[in-house]
Design a protein around this ligand. Structure first.
Ligand code: UT7
Length: 314
């Protein structure tokens, strides 16, 4: 068995950062309501050139450069996304070609849990020896799926990509803890795009109640499996769904006084599978986490799906 280490993290944010007032248009809502109910002030909205493939490639190349590895040594590439407009191929094969990589390449569709699912797939591939260096991207152009006239969803989501390079190390330096993952397909209608339709439908209250009753237990179990108490964490980096959900989870978990709580949702909106690596990147850029710090990740979303693990920050 190998140990697993996250070597680097990076994000690619859209050029256009759109404020609530700029986004609202004819919607029956206002900046104060959006900020009070979600914490969101701005979100990134991709332009025509910022395709899912472009943003994924941008985040990936920055993560590879930060890791300082030879791209040719990447033997597996995973892209977690649920907004690929193309049925096939996935984003991962053309992205690897652009990066000059010819590794195994596939996409994972587990909605907002996709990055944390994929991190465990990457870690297992490294532990068992089928890969040594894995490139993992979470990317979304999810505003394409938002009905601009739907005041349930139009303000909530944003675009972007985040990437990590995950590599083999010795077991003593293992930096990706055991996963807790699962799903409840009975709730599949909570967030879905109906067949033949373009736009996402969401039962916001249903998702909200589910998240604040269920997600903390999953996160606690991931801490137990990693052998760390929530108050010993340096950082809590949950899926950036809504700041009220994040703050409720943080209270429920009884984090330490000094545990940093990721809040990228304020600036980026909910970026689905990209939200965890984008939030980690912001914490690194702001100097709020240091290399080696223990951080709890949790992704949850449409399906419903969830996955959580404790990592050591790159
Ligand atoms: O990755 C997972 C993706 N999804 C989520 O994370 C969604 C989770 N859910 C949420 O984030 C929240 O449920 C929302 C932000 C979508 C909605 O917030 P809420 O606090 O659950 O609002 P609500 O639906 O309970 O509505 C409260 C009030 C209602 O008015 P009354 O009945 O109290 O008079 C709504 O009519 O707010 C009204 N309202 C709005 N007002 C202004 C609902 N949407 C809006 C709006 N602007 N956009």
């Amino acid at each position: 068995m190998n140990g697993v280490k996250i070597l680097s993290v990076a994000a690619q944010r859209p050029a256009a950062i759109v404020s609530n007032n700029e986004m609202i248009g004819d919607l029956d809502t206002d900046d104060a309501w959006i900020q009070a109910r979600t914490g969101i002030r701005t979100r990134g909205v991709a332009n025509d050139e910022e395709t899912l493939l472009e943003m994924s490639t941008g985040a990936a190349s920055k993560a590879i450069a930060a890791a300082g590895i030879d791209p040719a040594s990447i033997d597996l590439t995973i892209v977690a996304t649920s907004s690929n407009p193309i049925v096939t191929p996935g984003i991962a094969p053309p992205m690897t070609a652009r990066l000059g990589v010819s590794s195994g390449a596939f996409d994972v569709m587990a909605a907002c849990a996709g990055f944390c699912y994929s991190l465990n797939i990457a870690a297992d591939a490294i532990r068992t020896g089928s890969a040594r260096n894995v490139l993992l991207v979470g990317a979304e152009r999810i505003t394409d799926r938002m009905d601009p006239t739907d005041r349930n969803t139009a303000f909530l989501f944003g675009d972007g990509a985040g990437a990590v390079v995950v590599s083999a190390t010795d077991l003593a330096n293992d930096g990706v803890g055991p996963v807790v993952w699962g799903s409840d397909g009975n709730l599949a209608d909570y967030i879905h795009v109906p067949v033949g339709e373009k736009y996402l439908h969401m039962d916001g209250q249903g998702v909200f109640k589910w998240a604040i009753t269920k997600v903390a237990d999953i996160a606690r179990e991931a801490c137990e499996k990693a052998g760390i108490a929530p108050n010993e964490l340096a950082a809590f980096i949950p899926h950036q769904a809504n700041l009220r959900i994040i703050e409720a989870l943080a209270r429920n978990l009884k984090l330490g006084e000094n545990t940093v709580v990721a809040d990228d949702v304020r600036y980026a909106g909910n970026t689905s599978a990209a939200s965890v690596p984008m939030a980690l990147t912001r914490l690194k850029e702001e100097g709020r986490v240091q290399t080696g710090d223990p951080a709890l990740l949790i992704g949850f979303g449409s399906g419903m799906t969830w996955a959580s693990q404790v990592i050591r920050c790159p």
